[in-house]
Write a protein that binds this ligand. Sequence first.
Ligand SMILES: [Zn+2]
Ligand SMILES: [Zn+2]
Length: 266
Amino acid sequence: MIDYHVHTLFSGDSTATISEQLEAAARLGLEEICFTDHVDFDNPGANFAPANLASRRYMLREYGGSYEGVRIREGAEISMAPFDECAAKTKAYLADFDADFIIGSLHVVDGVDVYYPDYHRNKTQQTAYLKYVETILESLPRFDFISVLGHYDFVAKFAPYEDRRMRLDLSPLIRHAFTGVFKTLVSMGKGIEINTSAWRGEARWGLDVLKLYRALGGEFVTFGSDAHRSAVLGSRLDEAYELALEAGIPYYATFEKMQPTFRPIV
Ligand SMILES: [Zn+2]
Ligand SMILES: [Zn+2]
């Protein structure tokens, strides 16, 4: 198994050291992990400082590319937004880095981080989720340098509804917006991530969304725990794999210097 969404203290919201994340990965017997610290230029004035990727690379040198059998890849999770300045700043920041892998995620909608309950105030679940997916769709064409779309269901992660699952049957408009997102991704040659962190303590979800992705030509996914601490690294990746299998997704991908290797999901 692989974990392609891992944070360290190079992210403003994590205190996990590189070595504790690597130890956790080795303990679980993971084959490969990719460090994906935050690079955010989506919310002028309110961003974490972007991860110092050069300094992280310097600290990773001692491992020579692997730790106890775990291959190490160097990536970033960038925040997308529907304006050109965000894309330009992000691209410029990454220009000298030579990343293995880049997750394009949406965190902020209309200036509000959907992580916070405030985002949901004065919205129905349908409108809150729809706006999130529509903003992904609006942002994507500017971010041709990503590898995959990150956590398509991030808006559901801390949502205050009794049933907070991201589901296509919440509204025809949500299905329509996802259709646009997946058609765009497929035409750009990009994949999506199955991010296990949004499920939190609850049953996994996403089969309907993944089936739609597949029906529209989606061929590969990546798997990520989004671990900001070592206790949850690798969490529920086996379930993510089963979900992809059930949805008929043919491949998962690993990346080196942005080049994917597709491995069959069987
Ligand atoms: Zn994220
Ligand atoms: Zn993340």
